[in-house]
Design a binder for this molecule. Structure first.
Ligand SMILES: [Zn+2]
Length: 118
């Protein structure tokens, strides 16, 4: 595994994720401001329900993206302590192709499949 390539991939992933998170936060703030301003009743106004749904979707996406950012940071940390690229479940190498596609992953493809199945 090429560590400097892995590091630049992770740093690029980190920058892109942070940017996505920033725009999601702005969008959420805009949705919150819009619904506060219009004084919609979430339960009885159909438009209010749509706004609430949209806000929920956005909040879910934001949580997912925040988690991903933590994963990228954890991967950068593992790169420094030398455990990057090793599956945390079975201890086998994760493999370059998988690391290229998913630079922040913690597990090999076999363990990922096993985890999804259970
Ligand atoms: Zn594994």
């Amino acid at each position: 595994m090429d560590e400097s390539a892995a590091e630049s991939r992770l740093l690029a992933e980190r920058a892109a994720t942070a940017e996505r998170l920033e725009s999601m936060r702005a969008e959420l703030a805009a949705v919150a401001a819009a619904s506060a301003g219009s004084n919609l009743d979430d339960e009885h106004d159909p438009e209010g329900a749509t706004v609430a749904f949209e806000r929920e979707q956005l909040a879910g996406l934001r949580t997912h993206t925040e988690r991903h950012l933590l994963d990228v940071d954890a991967a950068l940390y593992r790169l420094r302590d030398g455990s990057y690229g090793t599956c945390e479940r079975c201890g086998q190498p994760i493999g370059d192709a998988r690391l290229e596609a998913l630079p922040a992953t913690r597990v090999c493809v076999t363990c990922a499949a096993a985890r999804r199945a259970t």
